[in-house]
Write a protein that binds this ligand. Structure first.
Ligand SMILES: C[S@@+](CC[C@H](N)C(=O)[O-])C[C@H]1O[C@@H](n2cnc3c(N)ncnc32)[C@H](O)[C@@H]1O
Length: 384
């Protein structure tokens, strides 16, 4: 995108990313199939010592209550918004509030665990370039969001489920737009504010549960909207999309990247159902939308769907999932050794064991094309 250059702004590692972008174009015409082996040499966390150190320090001082609450929060991933009876049975009539409490307990710890690897931005991106690392693929994907939204300097854009504000920072630097990030977790919002302030960026951040509507914004206040892998935590997608429709301007575009189950998934198939049971807690999904259900909810709210596809090369994210899984399993070995030597407190073992469960099930589901976390939809609010 030319705006960043015109502004004299740089995105993260701009020149190396230009190489990556060129590689991406080439990738469309080169043969597929990087093996796991080929990818393993690409460390998932190059030169991130400060971030890793800060995460370790935070996790070291977790209270027993925080660890217990984190582990207990996994109950929500065995449930699904579509089965309200099971929700009520497990969490009580006030289950929406209880899910919110679990999400705060979960993400308040998870964001630091993810920062131990190269997923400080807590998402595995679409596989956009064969030669690129996980983080470079994230950056490429984020650039594509700015391009799809046609963001211009000074425009306002909403980031729902904004993590630690790292995507917002990249978006602002790349496009010149001003980002408002929204997140249920005050811990991440605190970090997002500090990170963006330190970099002189005017992005703003609010703590809010997107299941508690309305959103705290005026009508038609945003020129664009994006979200990355947060929609499975939304109880009522049509209601949320209607609210987003209200807060964006006529002509504004939406970019969604999310977890969906694909047409090949058959809930009546025992193997499929077992994979789903294992993968939902790993990726932290409560709901399981489909491309069709997302599109329908968008249209119901008044949006026009412009594009609906899997953003990964050949529709496969597995090479990146394998890279992240390999990294965290290696990290687990190190952490277990450090716990054994009493260099880290015992709760690290509890946390890392939970985090590393079922990575291979996620790879398998992706390879079988049963589900993906790289489904992309671009939609538009009709011009007035
Ligand atoms: C899987 S992460 C997605 C990655 C994230 N977009 C990032 O940039 O790191 C989901 C994000 O949505 C936030 N979130 C989850 N449920 C939410 C809710 N009900 N309301 C607002 N934010 C929520 C989480 O705290 C987390 O930051």
């Amino acid at each position: 995108m030319s705006t960043a250059t015109a502004l004299g702004r740089s995105s993260e590692s701009s020149s190396s990313l230009d190489d990556v972008a060129r590689a991406k174009v080439q990738a469309q015409s080169t043969p597929p199939a990087r093996t796991t082996k080929e990818l393993k040499h690409k460390t998932a966390a190059p030169k991130r010592y400060k971030t890793v150190w800060a995460a370790l320090r935070y996790l070291r001082h977790l209270t027993p209550q925080q660890v217990d609450d984190f582990m207990a929060s996994y109950v929500i991933y065995n449930l699904d918004w579509s089965d309200e009876g099971a929700m009520v049975a497990a969490l009580g009539e006030n289950y929406q509030q209880r899910v919110g409490e679990c999400l705060r307990a979960y993400y308040g710890v998870l964001n630091h665990l993810c920062a131990l690897g190269d997923v400080e931005k807590m998402y595995i991106p679409p596989w956009m370039s064969r030669g690129a690392s996980v983080r470079e693929n994230q950056l490429l994907y984020e650039r594509s969001i700015a391009d799809d939204l046609r963001l211009q300097p000074g425009q306002r854009v909403l980031d729902l489920g904004c993590g630690r504000g790292r995507v917002a920072a990249h978006m602002a630097r790349y496009s010149g737009a001003l980002v408002t990030g929204l997140n249920i977790d005050p811990n991440q919002i605190g970090q997002a504010r500090a990170f963006n302030q330190q970099r002189g960026l005017s992005n703003s951040f609010v703590v809010q549960d997107f299941n508690s509507l309305p959103l705290p914004f005026d009508d038609a206040s945003f020129d664009g909207f994006y979200q990355i892998q947060a929609l499975s935590l939304c109880k009522d997608l049509p209601a949320l999309f209607a609210e987003i429709f209200r807060v964006v301007k006529p002509g504004a575009r939406l970019s969604l990247l999310d977890w969906v189950s694909l047409p090949a998934y058959d809930a009546g198939n025992a193997e499929h159902a077992e994979l789903m049971r294992r993968v939902k807690p790993l990726i932290g999904a409560v709901g399981t939308p489909t491309p069709a259900s997302l599109e329908q909810a968008l249209r119901q709210a008044g949006f026009e769907v412009e594009r609906s596809d899997n953003a990964s090369i050949d529709g496969l994210q597995a090479p990146l999932i394998e890279t992240v899984d390999f990294y965290f399993r290696s990290m687990r070995q190190l952490i277990l050794a450090l716990v054994k030597m009493h260099a880290l407190p015992p709760h690290f073992k509890t946390l890392i064991n939970r985090l590393c469960l079922d990575g291979e099930a996620f790879v398998k589901m992706d390879n079988m094309r049963l589900a993906t976390t790289s489904y992309r939809i671009i939609a538009r609010k009709p011009a007035a």
